[in-house]
Design a protein around this ligand. Structure first.
Ligand code: PGA
Length: 257
């Protein structure tokens, strides 16, 4: 059974004081029944150690927004999966479209990061998605296929394959307030699962696939109500405790796990 999953991606937002305030206020919010779903926040690196202790008594788990594929070495400005583990991080986003477009992250890097994450006991959330231009040129399927195959190429064990998490995030929907139509997102997600099935057979049924791109408390259930969509990756609306909690409650109601 695939456990529904909500991930909040804080991006480059929140000072220490703001992050602590978020956790404090979230404690007063109703998160739904909670046990059947996984809730994750991905704060900036600087907040991981201080928030780890504060999140311990809550159902929230910690994720990171990025990592390097090597454990250590001469990579100025980078953070390794080993370091993330030490901070209590469980999940890590790899290949977010902002990493790809602003920082030149290639499909090959994404594949290395996903593999390294598993090797260090982290769960990678591989982000894929087409740009507006690619969508208009009817290249969505081609782009997703290329990004996904590069990311999963090196995942060799059954355990890694079944624990993989994919986030379908159309680039044109991120931060624009223009979410994809739920039926369109469900169709792309079905094609992602079909591709995984071609490669891995029935293990594809266990892979969690999320939708991301302008998800809000108001629209989340449109997505997670579709049978193949296992949760959401939310940016803007994960920054406010009340809206994060409202999304968690909506996901709890959909909870199939
Ligand atoms: P958004 O961001 O919810 O603000 O569109 C989503 C993301 O980038 O993961």
């Amino acid at each position: 059974m695939r456990r529904p999953l909500l991930i909040g991606n804080w991006k480059m937002n929140m000072t220490l004081g703001e992050g602590e305030e978020f956790v404090r206020r979230l404690a007063g919010e109703d998160l739904g029944h909670g046990e059947g779903i996984d809730l994750v926040i991905c704060p900036p690196f600087t907040l991981l150690p201080p928030l780890a202790a504060r999140l311990a008594p809550t159902p929230l788990m910690l994720g990171a927004q990025n990592m390097h594929w090597e454990k250590e070495g001469a990579y100025t400005g980078e953070i390794s999966g080993l370091m993330l583990r030490e901070w209590g991080v469980r999940y890590v986003l790899v290949g977010h479209s902002e990493r790809r477009s602003y920082f030149g992250e290639t499909d090959e890097y994404v594949g290395r990061k996903a593999t390294a994450a598993f090797a260090l006991g982290l769960l990678p959330v591989v982000c894929v998605g087409e740009s507006g231009e690619e969508r208009r040129a009817a290249k969505t399927e081609e782009v997703i296929r290329r990004q996904l195959l590069a990311a999963i190429e090196l995942l060799a064990t059954e355990e890694e394959r079944r624990r993989l998490i994919v986030a379908y995030e159309p680039v044109w929907a991120i931060g624009t307030g223009m979410a994809a139509r739920a039926s369109d997102a469900a169709a792309v997600i079905a094609s992602i699962r079909a591709l995984l099935h071609q490669r891995w057979g029935d293990l594809a049924k266990e892979v969690r696939i999320l939708y991301g791109g302008s998800v809000t408390p108001e629209n989340i259930a449109d997505f997670t109500g579709k049978p193949g969509i296992d949760g959401a990756l939310a940016g803007n609306s994960s920054l406010k405790p009340a809206s994060f909690a409202a999304m968690a409650r909506a996901l709890s109601r959909e909870g199939r796990g």
